[in-house]
Design a protein around this ligand. Structure first.
Ligand code: URA
Length: 205
């Protein structure tokens, strides 16, 4: 697990935790946090040298060898898309819809649009709350079954249980988070956490 630590990251996480933060402000803080997290998450993207002509001369620059694909897990992952797209404007977004079946407690995938022709691109799985790790593991299983090889998981708050579960099942996947919290409650919510990340950003409280 890679803990992304920066004074601004801590400030945004604090605002997100605060139950008095409005839906609008929550969205803005989440986007700002995603923008900050994009730097370490994308720090080792492969580049390719290209020629570039300035108004003064020719020189050498770079372009990304393979543009990363953003994979937000619906619906809470949507809140991280804008911040990442701010730094990679043309990034392809491949949505992944999952819900937890109340009886089996297993994640059920109801929507996906994997970009088959871009299997060898880096995949950035966006799922803000890494709680039990159940949906993250299912999402990683799915992406790998479609051929993805380079996957990075981005959460903003993680519980030790979720971090351990992903590390045990997908040791090759780096897990980025902005905070490692204490524990889960009996309903699988992160304590102290921030509540339900989907409800907080979409106002369905
Ligand atoms: N999902 C959330 O939105 N919040 C939690 O605390 C756990 C899972």
């Amino acid at each position: 697990m890679i803990l992304v630590d920066h004074p601004l990251v801590r400030v945004h996480i604090t605002a997100l935790r605060n139950k008095a933060t409005s839906v609008d402000a929550f969205r803005l803080h989440l986007t700002a946090l995603a923008r900050l997290m994009a730097f370490p998450v994308l720090g080792n993207l492969a580049t390719q040298e290209i020629e570039v002509t300035t108004p003064m001369a020719q020189t050498v620059g770079v372009r990304l060898l393979r543009e990363p694909i953003l994979v937000p897990v619906l619906r809470a992952g949507l809140g991280l898309v804008e911040g990442f797209r701010d730094v990679i404007p043309g990034a392809v977004v491949s949505h992944l819809g999952m819900y937890r079946d109340h009886e089996t407690l297993k994640p059920v995938r109801y929507y996906s649009n994997f970009p088959m022709e871009r299997q060898n691109h880096p995949f950035i799985l966006l799922d803000p709350m890494l709680a039990t790790g159940g949906s993250a593991v299912d999402a990683l299983d799915y992406l790998k079954s479609e051929g993805a090889q380079d996957i990075r998981l981005v959460s903003i708050i993680a519980a030790p249980e979720g971090v351990a579960r992903v590390a045990n099942t997908h040791p090759d996947v780096p897990v980025y988070t902005a905070a490692l919290d204490k524990r889960l409650d009996e309903h699988g919510y992160i304590i102290p956490g921030l509540g339900d990340a989907g409800d907080r950003q979409f106002g369905t409280l």
